[in-house]
Design a protein around this ligand. Structure first.
Ligand code: DP6
Length: 393
């Protein structure tokens, strides 16, 4: 019996992937760029065990067994890894042995964060470690077939998923633009919004968008290629102004396309819109862009902010969106934030302006997670295993 345990990060898109040109191979209609978040705060963790004595492949997700169905994304990923193992002549474990997989997210599903990206990246990375397959662009094509955005979670820092042109998808790969060390003071506040509405899943939402939205073609053909070039340049130069503007515009365009879908997909709620207004007012008060929002297929906001500006931004967020559980100890999660001192950089005039921002949203968030740019997946030592004797703990 041989076992491997790994963690893999969540990534948040700055230029969104939305729309496929091939459903099964998961080939996108446009390139996308994301930032990988630190696994210290958010991650998926997976243990894969292979044994000659296992009778069938089995998987447990957050403790519950999930079916290993023929033709599923899970089976497809496993087949692809086996193909690479054979091509690599990997000797460590025979691909004929059945495997058991246990996977967990260290963040609640309710947080509505991209759990499938971290989950599939972790699965594929763990299998690659099991069969001794090196991390490569080719491996990203395997993660891509689990969930499109997962291919970007195989690298740390800033990552571009190239749409590729070939029908077999072999050139639809993720590549790192810059490592996490390139812009280490890039931080994120995730505002987890209270919301119980049932939303259209990403896979379905983007299918409908490709079928019915007229705007989506213009986005894929014209807007995204320009933005990819501008954002790559902004990342290289650590130019937060351009980075923030493109990020916010691209989030807005993605939601415009969701609304242009017929019937429309509504992912942002009233609180999300209040957050977007707040960020624009805040930036105006500060005299330059200090924060950038982005929203995925749900109401939660990710605010990008440089480390030195986190205390002031958080202070302003707490003033405009006060919460009764602010002092509960579980409300503000992740990296600690120094309190703004008595002579904050943001002067009294600014403070007053923020106070009078006409946003009145009490208890709008479940909690706030403070995290930062991080590295790609990594293998952990055996004492981190999620299994004992091939079964979940
Ligand atoms: C809005 O990767 O979850 O987060 O490929 O169908 O599994 P599938 O979709 P998924 O879509 C993510 C969409 C997004 C934008 C992004 O991450 O680029």
């Amino acid at each position: 019996m041989i076992s491997v345990t790994c963690v893999a990060p969540v990534n948040i898109a700055l230029i969104k992937y939305w729309g496929k040109r091939h459903e099964d191979l998961i080939l996108p209609i446009n390139d996308s760029i994301s930032m990988t978040l630190s696994t210290d705060e958010l991650c998926a963790k997976t243990t894969v065990t292979a044994s000659e004595t296992f009778e069938q492949n089995r998987m447990w997700l957050n403790g519950d067994e999930v079916p290993f169905e023929e033709g599923s994304r899970l089976t497809r990923c496993l087949k692809e890894v086996h193909r690479l193992a054979l091509a690599n002549g990997s000797q460590k474990v025979s691909p004929s042995w059945k495997i058991h997989i246990a996977s967990v997210n260290n963040f609640p599903t309710a947080a509505g964060l991209a759990s499938s990206a971290a989950g599939y990246a972790c699965l594929v990375y763990s299998l690659a470690r099991l069969y001794d397959i090196p991390l490569s662009e080719e491996l990203t094509t395997v993660a891509r077939q689990g969930s499109g955005s997962a291919c970007r979670s195989l690298y740390g820092g800033f990552v571009q998923w190239h749409r590729g042109a070939l029908d077999n998808g072999s050139d639809s790969v993720a590549k790192q633009i810059a490592s996490s060390k390139h812009w280490p003071n890039m931080h994120v506040l995730i505002l987890v919004v209270n919301d119980e509405r049932k939303k259209t899943a990403s896979t379905k939402g983007m299918q409908q968008a490709v079928k019915t939205s007229q705007l989506i073609r213009h986005r894929a053909d014209k807007v995204v290629p320009e933005r990819i070039a501008q954002l790559t340049d902004a990342i290289e130069k650590r130019d937060f102004q351009t980075f923030a503007e493109i990020t916010m515009k691209d989030s807005n365009q993605f939601h415009a396309i969701a609304l242009d879908t017929y019937p429309p997909c509504v992912y942002m709620n009233d609180v999300s819109h209040k957050i977007a207004s707040f960020v624009h007012s805040y930036n105006e008060i500060m005299g330059s862009l200090h924060a950038a929002y982005t929203f995925d297929a749900g109401p939660n906001a990710c605010l990008y902010v440089l480390e030195e500006n986190v205390p002031e931004l958080l202070d302003a967020v707490q003033k405009v969106f006060p919460s009764d559980s602010m002092d509960s100890g579980t409300y503000l999660r992740g990296l600690s934030v120094p309190k703004v001192d008595s002579t904050p950089k943001i002067g009294d005039v600014h403070k007053t302006k923020i106070d009078i921002l006409d946003i009145n949203a009490r208890n709008a968030f479940r909690y706030i997670i403070h995290t930062k740019v991080g590295e790609g997946p990594k293998e952990l030592s055996d004492n981190n295993s999620l299994m004992i004797n091939g079964l979940p703990l």
